[in-house]
Design a protein around this ligand. Sequence first.
Ligand code: ARG
Length: 253
Amino acid sequence: MKVLKAFALVAALCGAVTAQARSLEDIQKSGTIILASEGQYAPFNFFKGKQLTGYEIDVAEVVAKKMGLKFEWKTVGFDALLTGLAQDRWDLVIASHAITEERAKAVTFTLPHYCSGGQIVSMTPSIAKAGDLASKTVAVQTGTTYLEHVKKVPGVKDVKNFPTDEAARNALASKRVDAWVTDRFVAKEMLAKNAKAGFKPGDMLFIEQVASAVSKGNQGLADAWNKALKAAIADGSIAAISQKYFQEDVTCK
Ligand code: ARG
């Protein structure tokens, strides 16, 4: 009896730490998929007033509808998104995460919904290439692939981390850093909207495929998502969303 009680206690404690992700069947039964994003990464995911919007938000809503599901959004800091999956706080994260080996140890990625890469942005044409970053200070958002890649550029003096990509950009605008590395489409839109701000686009440092993530091993959900995403690409819905936000097709060719 005592042994059984002890066992039950251990099981309960473990359960509290490693919550079970909802399977596709559980989600279908409830009728609603819980989606999570950051909401501070225009034009991929951002707030227009109180409304969460952006390329990835529209893509996710189209995919969820194709799966026959309603959706509910949660927004948290970029840092907390993937750990929230492991805690079963939401079913799927869509927040511009590139597929990396490191992340794939902790989560299961779906098919990519866009292909892009990290680009250098500075305030002077003399800082445009990877080599120009030598002895320079570079701003990036914490936890991103930009951080990992900039760290590897030889000779970089310092990589400064910011909680949001916008804060990293502001550090460049106020010349607290020499360069900012961000997504090429984030840079494209920001340069178009702030033509007079003095930002100078530089080279792309690397390319990446960006996908949604589900809890590690939640393959049934990933498969259903992939099937619906493929259908949404095939019927032109994703291309239309892409045109709306980027005036070009950002899906992977
Ligand atoms: N693509 C980059 C990465 O994989 C940046 C993602 C940033 N996303 C965001 N919602 N701020 O790390």
